[in-house]
Design a protein around this ligand. Structure first.
Ligand code: IPM
Ligand code: MG
Length: 348
């Protein structure tokens, strides 16, 4: 089992290092690691955010553990050279289309949520976000209007095959949970969303045991803070899923807690915290590594079939939190390494 480690930029190396310590502590037989350059770090060392060697390693690996990409010093580069292209390129090149972002409140952290603890405590949802299409990957560019004004454009589109396969991911995830699927779109305005909704309804015929509902994205954003406990699985497109998953993270308590898996249908997956590279706190030991540690647990479960080991990591995180482990984002003062220490102690 080959794991590709892509720490990336900003706090990426610090958080991936802690997840690696936790994986090492499990001493899983046959697990090997190779590290690769991504993001601004790769651009600076090799001239491209996703160098060929990195892509080759990603394709060869059974799973990828990814930190974060994003570096303000690269913001003026041409878009295809910016750090973000590393994650977008990996998703596209490996066909990683099904991004699973669970949000569940650890009881100890309900007080950290931006919501009232009794509202936050009810959150146990999964966002299934499509990550191979939508406005992210459509034609884009700059042009001049007839009046000579500068204009930027990004084409939003989904074809029915793309919608169908993510709809199946959503229904299957709902079936394995509480049997409720909410499809989020903007069908009152967008044709892309109308097709999305039509296809999701067609696919629902295969899942009579799953209760399907539909919600416009603006309402979904509102419902997520009003009554997040109503959601089981949310399935949505790339852009809406990006936004709603950041929102869900704050409902849970901290963006430093949310893990994710992005799967391609053949078992391969990329695992990453949903947060970014946080350049403002990079290198200071302030980052919360738990989202990455929990992403490693998802990796064991979804790509490697190591459910017991995944359970152990998740239990250790819960125990560390119950024991008072708190990084600054959780209202505490523990460093990145101390948070890793706390998980390791709980694992022992
Ligand atoms: C995410 C991130 C990425 C995205 C960025 C870094 C390109 O925000 O994984 O949510 O927009 O998908
Ligand atoms: Mg995002």
């Amino acid at each position: 089992m080959l794991i590709a480690l892509f720490p990336g930029d900003g706090i990426g190396p610090e958080i991936v290092a802690q997840a690696k310590r936790v994986l090492d502590a499990l001493a899983i037989e046959g697990m090997t690691y190779e590290e690769g350059l991504v993001g601004g770090a790769a651009y600076k060392a090799a001239g491209h955010p996703l160098p060929p060697e990195t892509l080759e390693l990603a394709k060869r690996a059974d799973a990828i553990l990814f930190g974060a990409v994003g570096d303000p010093s690269c913001d003026s580069l041409e878009r295809h050279l910016r750090p973000e292209q590393a994650i977008l390129g990996l998703r596209k090149e490996l066909g990683l289309f099904s991004n699973l972002r669970p949000a569940k409140v650890f009881p100890e952290l309900a007080g950290e949520s931006a919501l009232k603890p009794e509202v936050a405590g009810a959150i146990d949802l999964l966002i299934v976000r499509e990550t191979n299409g939508d406005v992210y990957f459509g034609e884009k560019g700059f042009r001049k209007t007839a009046d000579g004004l500068r204009e930027g454009y990004d084409i939003m589109s989904y074809n029915e095959a793309e919608v169908r396969r993510i709809a199946h991911s959503g229904f299957q995830a709902a079936r394995a949970r509480r049997g409720k699927l909410c499809s989020v779109d903007k069908a009152n305005v967008l044709e892309t969303s109308q097709l999305w909704r039509d296809v999701v309804i067609e696919v629902s015929a295969d899942y009579p045991d799953v209760a399907l509902s539909h919600m416009y994205v603006d309402n979904a954003a509102m419902q997520l803070v009003r009554d997040p406990g109503q959601f089981d699985v949310i399935v949505t497109g790339n852009l809406f899923g990006d936004i709603l998953s950041d929102q869900a993270s704050m409902c849970v308590g901290s963006i430093g807690m949310l893990a994710s898996a992005t799967l391609n249908g053949s078992g391969q997956g990329l695992y990453e915290p949903i947060h970014g590279s946080a350049p403002d706190i990079a290198g200071q030991g302030k980052a919360n590594p738990l989202a990455t540690v929990l992403s490693a647990a998802m990796m064991l479960r979804y790509s490697l079939g190591l459910n017991a080991e995944a359970d152990r990591i998740e239990a250790a995180v819960a125990k560390a939190l119950a024991g008072g482990a708190r990084s600054p984002d959780l209202g505490g003062t523990m460093s990145t390494v101390e948070m890793g220490d706390a998980v390791l102690a709980a694992l022992a």
